[in-house]
Design a protein around this ligand. Structure first.
Ligand code: MN
Length: 242
């Protein structure tokens, strides 16, 4: 099992699910929402070798955490994984839009400077902005667009740029989501839970449930579940080798 985007530190019972997550999942990217949270979480999670912690600053809280940008930039050399970062262009966060763009571009620039990083990116209502910034930093590492909901044109641009996509079961529930996923080349897709915020039947999706979308994905790809699993495993290996 693989989970490329979970807020593992934000489950009410985080500590008690670490062991199980580490055991069932061959790889889990636990993203964080602020550099201070990354520091604390990294210490607690360090004994679990299959769980990696992403250094993040969530776009929804950029206003509150803007003063942590310096910690963020100085911490980038210490980790291979960045996330959750990005830009949220929805009306609710329009007040912080400029700060969000400053944070995102500074982080991306720094990632390129240190030789590239694997990054989990939030792009709600801001895919064009994200892609235009990323296009200015071609050696940024590997951007993984999490829960991508951009337009077909934005999707085509992201694919051209060889971004990867972490997808979740909620995306595959709607026809629109399935249609979007069907346009992404197989080798660019990885599963995510986005728990505990992402809920199915009023239950937080657990990190070991991220790949329950395997059957739906097999249908889209028109291959067997085993082949789907092999494909996704190859994708992970490729991602981690960059
Ligand atoms: Mn998230």
């Amino acid at each position: 099992m693989i989970d490329l985007h979970t807020h593992l530190d934000l489950y009410p019972d985080a500590i008690s699910i670490l062991e199980k997550t580490n055991k069932i999942n061959q790889f889990t990217l636990a993203v964080t929402t602020s550099p201070r949270a990354w520091r604390a979480t990294s210490k607690i999670f360090s004994d679990y070798k299959n769980i990696k912690v992403g250094l993040g600053l969530h776009p929804e809280i950029v206003n509150e955490k803007y003063n942590e940008l310096e910690i963020f930039l100085s911490s980038i050399p210490k980790t291979k994984f960045i996330g959750e970062i990005g830009i949220d262009g929805s009306a609710r966060f329009s007040k912080s839009l400029q700060k969000q763009e400053i944070v995102f571009e500074n982080v991306v620039r720094e990632c390129q400077k240190v030789g590239g990083r694997i990054m989990s990116i939030h792009s709600r209502a801001a895919a064009s902005k994200i892609l235009s910034i990323l296009s200015r930093y071609p050696h940024v590492g590997k951007p993984v667009l999490h829960w991508f909901t951009g337009t077909p044109t934005e999707l085509a641009t992201a694919i051209d740029m060889r971004c990867m996509f972490s997808i979740n079961s909620v995306m595959l529930k709607s026809k629109k989501g399935r249609n979007l996923v069907s346009k992404i080349p197989k080798e660019l897709i990885l599963p995510e839970s986005d728990g505990p915020f992402n809920r199915i039947n009023n239950q937080a999706v657990m990190p070991w449930e991220a790949f329950q979308l395997k059957e739906a994905l097999s249908k889209i790809w028109q291959i067997s579940d085993v082949e789907t699993e092999e494909q996704v495993n190859r994708n992970l290996i490729k991602l981690l080798s960059c």
